[in-house]
Ligand binder design. Structure first.
Ligand code: SF4
Length: 193
């Protein structure tokens, strides 16, 4: 049977491949435009996301929305997902085993959406999608070709809430993302040009 987002979502909703499935209140599958040319990937749901079943809806989500708006994007133009689809207890980092078990779902989601650009939000997403020894402090804002897609990483919005000194670098990185979108999928900005 051909894969589809509906089929994939149903499969994830029944998933207990890792222990995070036992404590989730809601699966956080993803949100946004399923035909998006640009995809953002964080590391995992927090408390608000777990309660609402949607990614990036707490304070970090509000900041992400502001960051998208700065470069003339919003959730209708992008797709947002995470490395793990269930909340790690007490907002700890997802364990390697949890990331590994959930990555297959994300890979299928990426294949179905087929974005030209993937923006990793934070170190954990970048280590899974760009390179396992990715150093976010040194390599944020740089571009990599990974399996035919342009990929970059920026600081996770939660890190920007904790440490405002990282924001100027992130504004630069966002400008770089806008340039890359204009270069390889300018149709994203058809309504603002
Ligand atoms: S985090 Fe992923 S692998 Fe673990 S139970 Fe949830 S959907 Fe399944």
């Amino acid at each position: 049977m051909d894969d589809s987002m509906e089929y994939l979502r149903e499969e994830c909703e029944k998933c207990y491949r890792c222990d995070l499935g036992k404590t989730r209140r809601n699966l956080v599958f993803g949100d946004g435009n399923e035909h998006a040319r640009v995809m953002f990937v964080g590391e995992g749901p927090g408390e608000q996301e777990d309660l609402q079943g949607l990614p990036f809806v707490g304070p970090a989500g509000k900041l992400l929305d502001d960051m998208l708006e700065m470069i003339d994007l919003d959730r209708t133009k992008v797709y947002i997902a995470n490395i793990v689809k269930c909340r790690p207890p007490r907002n700890r980092d997802p364990l390697y085993q949890e990331q590994d078990r959930c990555m297959d779902y994300l890979e299928r989601q990426i294949a179905l959406i087929d974005p030209a650009i993937i923006v990793c939000l934070g170190r954990i997403a970048a280590m899974n999608l760009i390179r396992d020894n990715f150093r976010i402090t040194r390599e944020h804002g740089m571009w990599y070709q990974i399996r035919g897609r342009s990929c970059t990483a920026i600081y996770h919005p939660s890190a920007l809430l904790r440490d405002v000194s990282k924001r100027p670098e992130t504004f630069e990185d966002l400008r770089g993302i806008r340039q890359q979108i204009r270069a390889i999928c300018p149709e994203v900005y058809a309504d603002v040009d």
